[in-house]
Ligand binder design. Structure first.
Ligand code: IPM
Ligand code: MG
Length: 369
């Protein structure tokens, strides 16, 4: 456990700064108590990068991200940058880093911790024990398709347009990732599309079926996205792995987040294709955004980011023991009654971002015997 791992922290904007700060505590703890050292670098992305460099992602930061063993990102965006031209907006930095690093597989697990089962707006029995994985295609689809833009026609009418496009290799690799995940879970994949309307997802469905032939043990089903949104709130436990396009995954994962009680609980991992040595580029980030309305007040929930860090330990560094410890620490701290404002419940203790971070580290100490 002595090899130094390089980790690039990109706190970004708004609460991104506060929540990634809590991960620093855990990194310090790992080096003090478990002898695991990270070479931690820090960089700018989003509005913070725009303010300093005039671009939401500089080439230098992108190069550092490419060279790092893993990247941890907070969140980007805020009203301060809303009026910038499209290509300067904070979100463009995030989309560019995903695309340039080739992070096509976005894992968004939605897990309901027992202590929070009644924090969800849904009935306890609907969400208790929920553990599903949404796999979102992240570098294709309508987010990146060409042509795109806003044009003015000769008669003065303005036209805004985007293109939903998927090619067979793009579909095949995300389908494979879904079946590989399913093989380590409950061997069930539900592919979500809109094949009754959109040709690009007719192809999606055909290619997913073709790839499924290599995974005879996995049960494959298909669902239209409108039905999937409904089923996610009606009976989410019918799912195990859901695989879907970039935009559908964006929408369904916010929906799944609310099953867990709060958007502040959902972590994510974005992974590239393995290279010859089996190493993959990887970026970890909470699913939530920069929440400008509560930024700088030390009240945001750091758990989604801490859980994203635990995904990093698991997927990038094979440190399952430490990842398990962090997840157990989160579980125990919640069971002990500590809550940030977003998951506050009657009779529990409302704590700040930093007190939650400190509590996790104290709990790690107890678990590390
Ligand atoms: C997400 C976010 C981003 C997305 C935005 C901030 C560009 O909503 O990661 O889900 O749409 O992918
Ligand atoms: Mg989103």
């Amino acid at each position: 456990m002595s090899k130094t791992k390089t980790l690039l922290m990109l706190p970004g904007d708004g609460i991104g700064v506060e929540v990634t700060g809590q991960v620093r505590r855990v990194i310090d703890w790992l080096s003090r108590k478990r002898g695991v050292t990270f070479d931690v670098r820090e960089g700018l992305i989003g509005g913070a990068s725009y303010d300093r460099h005039g671009t939401p992602l500089s080439d230098e930061t992108l190069a550092e991200a490419m060279a790092a063993d893993a990247v941890l990102l907070g969140a980007v965006g805020g009203p301060k940058w809303d009026d910038l031209p499209f290509d300067k907006k904070p979100e463009r930095g995030l989309l560019r880093i995903r695309k340039e690093m080739g992070l096509f597989a976005n894992l968004r697990p939605a897990v309901v911790f027992d202590a929070l089962a009644d924090a969800s707006t849904l009935k306890l029995e609907v969400v208790k024990g929920l553990d599903i994985m949404i796999l979102r295609e992240l570098t294709g689809g309508i987010y990146f398709g060409q042509p795109r833009g806003i044009e003015t026609l000769p008669d003065g009418t303005r036209k805004g347009f985007n293109t939903l496009v998927y090619t067979t290799p793009e579909i095949q690799r995300i389908a494979r990732a879904a079946f590989d995940l399913a093989m380590k879970r409950n061997k069930k994949v539900c592919s979500v599309d809109k094949a009754n309307v959109l040709e690009s997802t007719v192809l999606w469905r055909e290619e997913v079926i073709a790839v499924s032939k290599d995974y005879p043990e996995v049960e494959l089903s298909h669902m239209y996205v409108d039905n999937a949104a409904m089923q996610l709130v009606r009976n989410p436990k019918q799912f195990d792995v859901m695989v879907t396009t970039n935009m559908f995954g964006d929408i369904l994962s916010d929906c799944a987040a609310m099953l867990t009680g709060s958007l502040g609980m959902l972590p994510s991992a974005s992974l590239g294709a393995p290279d010859a040595e089996g190493r993959r580029k990887a970026l970890y980030e909470p699913v939530h955004g920069s929440a400008p309305d509560i930024a700088g007040r030390d009240i945001a929930n750091p758990l989604a980011t801490l859980l994203s860090f635990s995904m990093m330990l698991r997927y990038s560094f094979d440190m399952d023991a430490e990842a398990d410890m962090i997840e157990r620490a989160v579980k125990n701290v919640l069971a002990g009654g500590l809550r940030t404002a977003d998951i506050m419940q009657a009779g529990k203790a409302k704590v700040s971002t930093s007190v939650m971070g400190e509590a996790i580290v104290r709990e790690l100490d107890k678990l590390n015997v």
